[in-house]
Design a protein around this ligand. Sequence first.
Ligand code: GLN
Length: 484
Amino acid sequence: MSLWQKGLKELSDLIRSGEVKPSEVVLSFAERTGEVEPQLKSYVTNLIEEAVEEAKKKDEQLPKLEKIPSLYGLPVAVKDNISTRGIRTTCSSRMLENYIPPYDATVIEKMKAEGYILTGKTNLDEFAMGSSTENSAFFTTKNPWDYSRVPGGSSGGSAAAVGSGIVPAALGSDTGGSIRQPAAFCGVVGLKPTYGRVSRYGLVAFASSLDQIGPIGRRVEDTALLLNVIGGKDRRDSTSADAPMEDFLSYLGKDIKGLRIGLPKEFFPEGLDATIKGLVLDAVKQLEKEGAEVVEVSMPTTEYAIEAYYIIAPSEASSNLARYDGVRYGYRTKDYKDLEEMYSKTREEGFGAEVKRRIMLGTYSLSSGYYDAYYLKAQKVRTLIYRDFMEAFKQVDLLATPTTPDVAFKIGEKTDDPVQMYLSDIFTVSVNMAGVPAISLPCGFKDGLPVGLQLIGKPFDEGTLLQVAHRYEALAGLYSRFPE
Ligand code: GLN
């Protein structure tokens, strides 16, 4: 087995025991990147050569270290909406094509302190708005299992990079499913932490009450390792929570006897693809054999989640994106007569079609005549969704659902129909609306394409999610499969 086929935690153990050097690890991924990346196109900014140089420095420092930090010498890719000091951070938008942040996001600062090595900034749907990376202003990333299909989105570059084996782990962001859906499509593990678990400082804002940064890895333990590093209260993000940080790795290997798993019937609607349904229920059955108890629950507000999400997220986006006016940073149009024309031409030229659509939807929902009918109503629905989850969690410890209604779709298949595209988020958005944590991990294949199992947990109970996901992963043994 080559080094590039190993997960982040396995590589960390090898570096710690002195069996391999950071440069050997990074060189193995560099070689794989050279073979795969020209067609895959997961990076907006590929930094693998810089990563090799950095790894050589880390080889030399290693013997002098008293204590080896937890990500020492480990390569990680980062979604290109997370600010990296001195390194272009584009959000896959013309608006920020040449933007170089003067500061690091908190998650980057924390990973640097633990000795990680950045391999590059990954492609996304422009400003994280989308489910396929087709909304990137630059190019579409391919699905590593089938180059004619999308990798999902918006963290499609991060998920494709991990799925193809060019990096063992990556960071993504999830506002309505953007970590979990691409993880499912690419056959890897993606964790959206509880809202507030991870600081959003330095994450370019899309919908601030929903956005959360989280890890994508080959193995469940890789996401636990990264959450240990990136989580925690940050005084620079007032919405980050004071909840105690635990050692999430300590949950792995714990037995799951007596844990109650809920199957929300609204997540298994009539017409759900039979193979997807079968694989998810089969996964739950395997957990039942391990001693978990399975209970059917009902979450009646689920059917309104997409409608409410596609009011709230665009509303917040329309406000957040008002800052791109060509004045202080980002793109500015070349020819203009006056200030107003400068604003409007800058935004006309700098934003792509989907971003404009969201700004218009959001501005409309927030306008004085429609605020009560749309925005306020959607907020009420959001409260009901939250209550549905809290009711369910009185009966069960976690919920199990499909991550997506189907496997990765063809490039171009949904680009002319935004509503079809929005519907691919049907099982993921309510999790963000309720602010609870959820993980997606592979549970099988349909026609050679990966299928994701989603586990949803109580607020700040990522530990239980990781515990159950880890147990299932061991039973299923799918992580060792790579696309040809
Ligand atoms: N696909 C959803 C959207 O387009 C979610 C995106 C995300 O989570 N960033 O809004």
